[in-house]
Design a protein around this ligand. Structure first.
Ligand SMILES: NC(=O)C1=CN([C@@H]2O[C@H](COP(=O)(O)OP(=O)(O)OC[C@H]3O[C@@H](n4cnc5c(N)ncnc54)[C@H](O)[C@@H]3O)[C@@H](O)[C@H]2O)C=CC1
Ligand SMILES: O=C([O-])CC(=O)C(=O)O
Length: 354
């Protein structure tokens, strides 16, 4: 079944003179998002009025798998919720503006997406956000444990390498931890790796796949271009090194370009919406949904690690292995472990001490 959204976008394009069949944007959306509806699914976005939260709220409102959309923020929610609620798609939108409404926002959620917290400014690392964002994530996860302990959680707030372990500890303390349900969103690294690879290898970007493993900060981001598809012989070792560095520094590239006005928001909202869609498809029993995410893992000696993950009715169905790595990638894997381990331990210690 095509959604109203797809039909109306297609007809809008036709009105604008674009070829009537196939409509390019409906094609794009078909590739990126679900076009089927399905069972009732409630999604809550915490931090919904922020730079990521607003476009993410829009994209989740366009997703036909969502029947209820709860938008929560400590500032600016009513305006965003009223605005998004006028869009004539399936999801019924409600805004929740103050801390005492957080419980209502969360109750009955199947999926909670967290882009709440401060973003970087030029010169900062993601870890510089720890002092503020750790406390925000901890209090939001405490509420999730209380009001929707069975929901899947998509953690966007940085530093992801620490905020995911914080969330795990909070859930453990509350007795609600299920490692299958907690995801660090590293999808933007995949989105970037695909875009940069397609440009350099001169292959159609819509066909590209590149796994990105490790974590979500600097050298902990490890794109596996040796496994990129479609494969190409056109790239030299130097090209691969440059692509790897650009993927690792993608966030900083945006922070610098925004020159003090925040970090990636639009591309992150896109990546977050794609990942949330994959989680919902998994919950709905769609087979063979595989995306990269930072999850509890035993594929290396580190307790959390990003890799390909098969999604299913309970969240993580299977954490997939790393596959065959090139010598350069093997080195990258060894190089990232110390930093990733320290970030994970910092998150665990914070949650235990606070
Ligand atoms: N995982 C990833 O790949 C990426 C992660 N990020 C991270 O996402 C986070 C958000 O970034 P932006 O949206 O650009 O920031 P922003 O400052 O534009 O928005 C953050 C929103 O969170 C809200 N907020 C703060 N404390 C809250 C609380 N206790 N409860 C609910 N809402 C609260 C604020 O009111 C604000 O609306 C940052 O930590 C950023 O580093 C950004 C890009 C990519
Ligand atoms: O770089 C940042 O601070 C935001 C982020 O995580 C990204 O864009 O990958």
């Amino acid at each position: 079944m095509r959604t109203f959204l797809l039909r109306s976008m297609a007809s809008a394009l036709r009105r604008g003179g674009a070829p009537s069949s196939p409509a390019p944007s409906s094609h794009i959306l078909r590739r990126s998002f679900s076009v089927e509806s399905g069972p009732e699914r409630k999604v809550a976005i915490l931090g919904a009025a922020g730079g990521i939260g607003q476009p993410l709220s829009l994209l989740m409102k366009l997703n036909p798998l969502v029947s209820r959309l709860a938008l929560y923020d400590i500032a600016g929610t009513p305006g965003v919720a009223a605005d998004v609620s006028h869009i004539n798609t399936r999801a019924e939108v409600k805004g929740y503006a103050a801390e005492e409404q957080l419980g209502q926002a969360l109750e009955g959620s199947d999926l909670v997406i967290i882009p709440a917290g401060v973003p970087r400014k030029p010169g900062m690392t993601r870890d510089d956000l720890f002092n503020i964002n750790a406390g925000i994530v901890k209090s939001l996860c405490t509420a999730i444990a209380k009001y929707c302990p069975d929901a899947l959680v998509n953690m966007i707030s940085n530093p992801v390498n620490s905020t995911v372990p914080i969330a795990a500890e909070v859930f453990k303390k509350a007795g609600t931890y299920d490692e299958k349900k907690l995801f660090g969103v590293t999808m933007l690294d995949v989105v970037r790796a695909k875009t940069f690879y397609a440009g350099k290898a001169n292959v159609p970007v819509s066909e590209v796949n590149v796994p990105v493993v490790g974590g979500h900060a600097g050298i902990t981001i490890l794109p596996l271009f040796s496994q990129a598809t479609p494969a190409t012989n056109a790239l030299s070792e130097d090209d691969i090194k440059a692509l790897t560095k650009r993927t690792q520094d993608g966030g900083t590239e945006v922070v610098e370009a925004k020159a003090g006005k925040g970090s990636a928001t639009l591309s992150m909202a896109y990546a977050g919406a794609i990942f949330a869609d994959a989680c919902l498809k998994g919950l709905n029993g769609v087979p063979d949904i595989v995306e990269c995410s930072f999850v509890q893992s035993s594929i290396t000696e580190l307790p959390f690690f990003a890799s390909k993950v098969r999604l299913g009715k309970n969240g993580v169905e299977e954490v997939l292995g790393l596959g065959t790595l090139s010598e350069y990638e093997k080195q990258g894997l060894e190089n990232l472990k110390a930093e990733l381990k320290a970030s994970i331990e910092k998150g665990i210690k914070f949650a235990k001490d606070n």
